[in-house]
Design a protein around this ligand. Structure first.
Ligand code: COA
Length: 174
């Protein structure tokens, strides 16, 4: 199992572990967080445990997954972000999810840029996508900031979803 750790200007991206459960469950209990997700998940601690287990298991199966996003300055758990391709997902994706206290700092954009660079360089991807619910304007803004463009609309997990993406060599808008 890969234990890749990435460092960005303000963040450490390190593998999620079971020790993150309390922080993870607190993040997922917030309706503002849980309601925007393309992968629907409930807000209970049981739901959070299963969700965390899926991200850890994804790393076991694929060799990569979302990392824990940790704020370098404080060591605080800020959320999760990283590459993602579970069965049935429409491509190699990058995703992002932050605890409410860490919105508005640019952390999702910073983590997503590092994750995309990892997908192209470390995973040899030709295309990296993000799958976003149409009303999730904050997430759409992240996709646009990292240079993803709208590719298509799909039905995903029982509802409409926007597929944003970027091909290898396409330069980001910003
Ligand atoms: C989607 C989500 C990660 C976006 O978080 P976010 O904080 O809005 O996005 P970023 O981390 O890129 O931060 C951008 C904001 O930080 C601000 N910012 C402050 N300091 C900054 C800095 N140093 N650098 C960059 N941006 C900075 C930007 O101006 C921008 O502000 P705005 O929201 O007023 O436009 C967050 O809303 C979330 O976790 N939602 C719930 C889960 C979810 O929906 N996930 C996506 C599923 S597809």
């Amino acid at each position: 199992m890969t234990m890749t750790v990435l460092e960005t200007e303000r963040l450490i991206l390190r593998p999620l572990t079971g020790d993150d459960f309390d922080d993870y469950a607190a993040m997922m209990a917030d309706p503002q967080v849980a309601d925007g997700l393309a992968e629907p998940v409930g807000r209970s601690a049981d739901d959070a445990w299963r969700s965390l287990a899926v991200f850890i298991g994804h790393r076991e199966i694929r060799g990569y997954s979302h990392w824990a996003v940790v704020e370098r300055a404080t060591g605080e758990f800020a959320g999760r972000a990283g590459p993602w391709r579970p069965h049935g997902f429409p491509g190699l994706g990058v995703g992002w999810c932050l605890a409410r206290a860490h919105w508005g700092k640019g952390y999702a954009t910073e983590a997503a840029r590092a994750a995309i660079a990892y997908c192209f360089a470390g995973l040899d991807a030709d295309e990296v996508i993000s799958v976003i619910r149409p009303g999730n304007t904050r997430s759409v803004s992240v996709a646009e900031r990292i240079g993803h463009r709208l590719l298509r609309e799909i039905d995903y997990k029982g509802g409409p979803a926007l597929v944003y993406g970027q091909r290898r060599g396409e330069s980001p808008h910003s």
